[in-house]
Design a protein around this ligand. Structure first.
Ligand SMILES: *[C@@H]1O[C@H](CO)[C@@H](O)[C@H](O)[C@H]1NC(C)=O
Ligand SMILES: *[C@@H]1O[C@H](CO)[C@@H](O)[C@H](O)[C@H]1NC(C)=O
Ligand SMILES: *[C@@H]1O[C@H](CO)[C@@H](O)[C@H](O)[C@H]1NC(C)=O
Length: 362
């Protein structure tokens, strides 16, 4: 893959002079306005072999050291929360690598992994892939959401682990006051410290928001036609945001009783079907129109395609700091069956996986 054997120079303030190279330009709607916030550095890609190896294995990532421009002294560590499970571990590993690689202060970044099963295999995989990683793994008990999950349009959205983000204020230790929550199907191509540095003001949650998206479509007619339900949005201008990338103030989340607030909507959903997606709509019901808006560069979502077929999608115009394969298709699956979308070649350099996925597919 000669294409990747280049270092893409950092773009500073202006994106206009960013060199767009062949393949990449095919992706872009408006190539001249799209750029990456930082260098995409290159890792040598090892193609997955087709040997049927039962024990999954990843290449060991190098040790990442703080850069000279890291002026981290009295400030708290960057706290990142991600789900990890057997099906998505390849995504989580790639995401972690991408974060460390672009970070000026990788040694001051802590990871908090959420897991339903706490498989020793997964823990030793993390240990051997990232021997220098500062991380903790937490158990998310599916009992927490038993009876509260209603069937959505896509089975993967109904996994209890998807709901864990609602319960972070209970799961993580109290001294972790603020976190960046990230889904496992992302890669970060910019310094995560920039996202961490965003001031939430008096808000509990920060995320890119999309006020041009048709908000109506996220809820059913049952919801909109019941004035008692729909009035929840009275006095705010609700905009869609994606819950795969959020800065969350856990202290405020706890104080405000937001677990219960979100759960109340999940219970109403169980009885009345007021939306079709999984863990996203109840969070929208509580927070939409009342979040700190973050630059769109921090969540180029939808790269997995639609919810049904996972068709290929291109990038939206504008600078990019984080790519998110939300939707049905996942880059590692498409690459494995040799039907990748062009965009998946941006994910591939972060793939640390080296053996057959068979053990993980069951
Ligand atoms: C940041 O990392 C450096 C280098 O490992 C370490 O000396 C320093 O104590 C760390 N700071 C915090 C706040 O963790
Ligand atoms: C993973 O590493 C941690 C810290 O070094 C260690 O305490 C733990 O026993 C290791 N777990 C496994 C399963 O290797
Ligand atoms: C938004 O979606 C709803 C329901 O799908 C539709 O009735 C409405 O016309 C749409 N509004 C706009 C501005 O497109």
């Amino acid at each position: 893959m000669a294409f990747w054997n280049k270092n893409i120079p950092s773009s500073s303030s202006s994106c206009k002079h960013f060199p767009i190279i062949g393949l990449l330009s095919l992706l872009l709607l408006h190539p001249s306005t799209t750029c990456f916030g930082n260098a995409i550095r290159v890792v040598s890609v090892q193609k997955p072999t087709s040997d049927d190896i039962i024990i999954p294995s990843f290449r060991e990532a190098p040790a990442f050291r703080n850069g000279k421009s890291c002026s981290w002294r009295d400030i708290d560590k960057i706290q990142i929360v991600m789900p990890v499970d057997a099906n998505y571990i390849r995504g989580t590993m790639a995401a972690v690598l991408s974060i460390l690689q672009h970070s000026t202060c990788p040694e001051n970044t802590s990871f908090h992994f959420l897991s339903i099963h706490l498989e020793p295999d997964i823990i030793s995989l993390i240990n051997s892939t990232f021997p220098y990683l500062s991380y903790k793994i937490y158990h998310f008990h599916p009992n927490r959401v038993r009876g509260k999950i209603s069937k959505s349009i896509r089975q993967a959205l109904d996994q209890p682990l998807n709901y864990a983000r609602i319960y972070l204020s209970d799961i993580l230790p109290k001294d972790v006051r603020r976190v960046i929550y990230l889904d496992s199907d992302i890669i970060v191509v910019d310094d995560i410290a920039k996202l961490w540095g965003i001031d939430l003001g008096n808000k509990v949650l920060a995320a890119p928001e999309y006020c041009h998206a048709n908000f109506t479509t996220y809820f059913t007619d049952t919801f909109w036609s019941d004035v008692n339900l729909a009035k929840v949005f009275e006095g705010r201008r609700p905009c869609y945001f994606n819950t795969g990338v959020m800065i969350m103030d856990l202290e405020e989340w706890r104080k405000g009783g937001y677990i219960q607030k979100v759960e109340e909507w999940m219970i109403i959903q169980k009885q009345r079907r007021i939306y079709r997606l999984g863990s996203l709509p109840p969070i929208l019901l509580v927070f939409a129109g009342n979040i700190k808006a973050v630059d769109h560069r921090w969540n180029q979502h939808g790269l997995g395609g639609d919810n049904f077929e996972g068709k290929c999608r291109g990038l939206h115009p504008g600078p990019i700091s984080l790519l998110h394969w939300s939707g049905k298709g996942k880059p590692w699956l498409r690459l494995d069956v040799r039907k990748p979308c062009i965009i998946d070649y941006l994910w591939a350099p972060y793939d640390l996986y080296r053996s057959s996925r068979i053990a993980l597919e069951e």
